[in-house]
Structure formats: C-alpha cells, structure tokens
Design a protein around this ligand. Structure first.
Ligand code: NAD
Ligand code: IPM
Ligand code: MN
Length: 370
C-alpha cells in the first residue's frame, strides 16, 4: 500500500484549531480511500520557541525535508512580541520556505456564489471570481542582504532591507504562472514597479522574455500600485497574477477580502520538481495568520486550512477526484447557509470551528460514497 508522509505543523493561535479539522479529513481518506497518510506532528512558531528556544528546531526542519507534504497552520502572536528578531515565530515559517526552496506560492482567490454578499465589494464585482495569485516566495526583500538596523552613532539609526532578484528566480516563477494559465483562462498579468525599482525593470524584462515560450498565453504588465487598485475596481479582469514576494503578500490579503474573509484563502508553496522522480517539496498553508483576537474561542473559520489540504491532494498526490469533491463539499456547506462568524450573513446558521469542519467532513463523506 502507498504510504504518504505528512508533517503537521499547527503552530500558534487558531493554527491548531484549524489543523484539528484537517486531521478529521486525513482519517476519513485513510478509511474510505486507503490513502495511506501517515502523520507526524512538529512544532513551529511561538510554540516551538517556547519548547526549544527556536521558532523551528533542526529536528522538525529535517522532518519537513523528509515529508511528502507539510501542512502548516499559522504562527505568531502578542506573547512573542519581545523575543529577539531572529527567533520570532514568523522566522520559523520563513526558514521552512527558504530551506525547502518553496519558491512558488499559489494563492487562489475564489468567491463562492453563496459568499458574494460577505465580500466588502458589490456582489456583481465578485460573484464567480476565480483568480490565482502566483507569489514568488524565496527571494526579494524578504531575504535580501543586508537586512539590519545600523546605529549611525549620531542618535540616529538606519533600518535596511534589500530587494534582490536574479534572472533565474524571475524566470522560474514566470514559467509556473504561464503553465498554470494554460490550465485556466490563458491570461497572465505581471505586477512590479519598474518605474521606481531596478528589480522591477529586470522582472519586467525577464517575464517578457520567458513569455516567448508561451505564445498561447496572453501577457499584460501592470505597475503593482495600479494593480492593487484594479484588483478592487474590477477583479474579474484577472486570471493569473504573477508578482514578487512582498507585493504578492499584500495583494493576496487584498484578494482575500474579495472572497469574503481572510479565513477563506488557501495556498500551496511549491519547490521545483525533481528531474527524475517529478516529486516536489511542498507545504500547504492558509493565507491568514494566527488571529490572536479570536484564538482559543473555537470560532475561527477552518475553510482556508481545509482548502489548503485540498490543494495538497491535487498538487502533491494527484488525488484530483478527492480534491474536486472536497472543494465541492465546501461549496455545498456554504450554500446550505452554515457559516462561521467571519462570513455570517442574515438568515444563515452561525457555527464554530469544529461544527464547520464536521459539516464539510459530512458533505465530503457523502460525495466520496456517491
Ligand atoms: P491575521 O490573519 O492573523 O488576522 C487578521 C484578521 O483576520 C483578524 O481580525 C482575524 O481574526 C481575522 N482572521 C484571520 N483568519 C481568520 C479565520 N480563519 N477565521 C476568522 N477570522 C480570521 O493577521 P494579523 O492579525 O495581522 O497577524 C496576527 C499574527 O499572525 C502576527 O503575528 C502575524 O505575523 C502572523 N501571521 C502569520 C501568518 C502565517 O502563519 N502564515 C500569516 C499572516 C500573519
Ligand atoms: C503570509 C504571512 C507571512 C509573510 C509572514 C507571517 C511571515 O503574512 O504568509 O502571508 O509575510 O509571507
Ligand atoms: Mn501575509
């Protein structure tokens, strides 16, 4: 029987609450589909810092490297506001991305018809929305050196971050965007700020050059500030958006609100496929954070985490039928009016995290059996 090794890193705040709902799906797929998932648990973020003094231990890092897929909850929170910068919870997430070379972060923003009213935009602007943000995840200002605060000795300090992109980094993320566009509506919009940033000039040139191998895909360029504006003015004009690490972070939080809530947006962080086996390192992580304002109350929306698990089925294990059915189960539950507080609407039934997880689980079980 196939075995598939999963490393679960629930993290902090609502991370463990959302992860518990995914564990129910793992159990169901092992029973109903002989999926062979073997789960291990590790610590990341503040939870790891409290246990070991590091936001991820070397042992858990090695487990992540050896796993077939990693499922990540969320990290951070006010409890760790004063830990040293290098040890802050978010550093654990950044190390996972960097050391696993997860350069391609896929952030689909889909507005389920039932949730069009939960968006902060008018229904007609978001109803049927289906866009994919392809965010570069291991380069740019997140990792460029120098990155430091320097004491200038005159009572002034200088904070420095460095944006760096090399040709190969831009080329490989552009290829991911073009290839995914081929499976969708065939349009890529690249966003940078070539009017201000040298890395933006290079980004624009390399994406344009890479596009020559994809003449069946349409490519547009937008300045990232104007792109942000277009994303809330007329989001349905986009198919795939490809952008750098920092712009991708901001644009995906904006896109989340088009779908109704940050609690809805999943993501897949992928490495390059191995040349012989075709296997790629991968981590699946909701776009949202640890939500300290609602953590511990059992009211967080687990759908971003569950939909991240669906992306895992699709991208790491080619379990396309199961992924389709899980996404359909989410849509059905939303359609039935079952809602967590963040997406609550008049006439709907408000439930907590585990009831939402159970509702999706039940709908998924029925679809698997059909
Ligand atoms: P956040 O995403 O945690 O929360 C922003 C708002 O969205 C909050 O009001 C929160 O209640 C709400 N929200 C988020 N997820 C939700 C869900 N599943 N269901 C219902 N409501 C939800 O962002 P923040 O408050 O800016 O950051 C809190 C901490 O999380 C910080 O330490 C930050 O660094 C960290 N963070 C971690 C990740 C990650 O682990 N991937 C991502 C973003 C932020
Ligand atoms: C995200 C988060 C992370 C990022 C933080 C927590 C490091 O905001 O995944 O969107 O900035 O990439
Ligand atoms: Mn973010």
């Amino acid at each position: 029987m196939t075995t598939r090794k999963l490393l679960l890193l629930p993290g902090d705040g609502i991370g463990p609450e959302a992860m518990a709902e995914v564990e129910k799906l793992v159990t169901l797929l092992n029973a109903e589909r002989a999926a062979g998932f073997e789960t291990e648990r590790g610590l990341v973020g503040g939870a790891a810092y409290d246990a070991s003094g590091d936001p991820i231990s070397d042992a858990d890092m090695n487990r992540a490297m050896a796993a077939d897929a990693v499922l990540f909850g969320a990290v951070g929170g006010p409890k760790w506001d004063s830990v040293p910068y290098e040890k802050r919870p978010e550093a654990g997430l950044l190390r996972l991305r960097k050391d696993m070379s997860l350069f391609a972060n896929l952030r689909p923003a889909i507005c389920y018809p039932a949730l069009a009213e939960a968006s902060s935009l008018k229904r007609e602007l978001v109803d049927g929305l289906d866009i994919l943000i392809v965010r570069e995840l291991t380069g740019g200002v997140y990792f460029g050196a120098p990155k430091e605060v320097v004491d200038l000795g005159n009572g002034q300090k200088r904070g420095i971050d460095t944006q760096i992109y090399d040709t190969y980094e831009i080329e490989r993320i552009a290829k991911v965007a073009f290839e995914l566009a081929r499976t969708r509506r065939g349009r890529v919009t690249s966003m940078e700020k070539r009017n201000v940033m040298k890395s933006g000039v290079l980004w624009n040139q390399v994406v344009t050059e890479t596009h020559k191998g994809y003449s069946d895909v349409t490519l547009d360029h937008m300045l990232a500030d104007a792109g942000g504006m277009q994303l809330v003015r007329a989001p349905k004009q986009f198919d795939v958006i490809v952008t750098d690490n920092l712009f991708g972070d901001m644009l995906s939080d904006i896109a989340a609100m088009l779908t109704g809530s940050l609690g809805m947006l999943p993501s897949a962080s992928l490495g390059a496929p191995d040349e012989t086996s075709g296997q790629r390192r991968a981590m699946y992580e909701p776009v949202h954070g640890s939500a300290p304002d609602i953590a511990g109350r059992g009211i967080a929306n687990p759908i971003a985490m569950i939909a991240s698990f669906a992306m895992m089925l699709r991208y790491s294990f080619a379990m396309v039928d199961e992924a389709d059915k899980l996404e359909a189960a989410i849509a059905e539950v939303l359609e039935s009016g079952t809602r967590t507080g963040d997406i609550m609407a008049p006439g709907c039934r408000e439930v907590g995290t585990s009831e939402m997880g159970d509702a999706v689980l039940d709908a998924f079980r029925r679809k698997l059996a059909a």
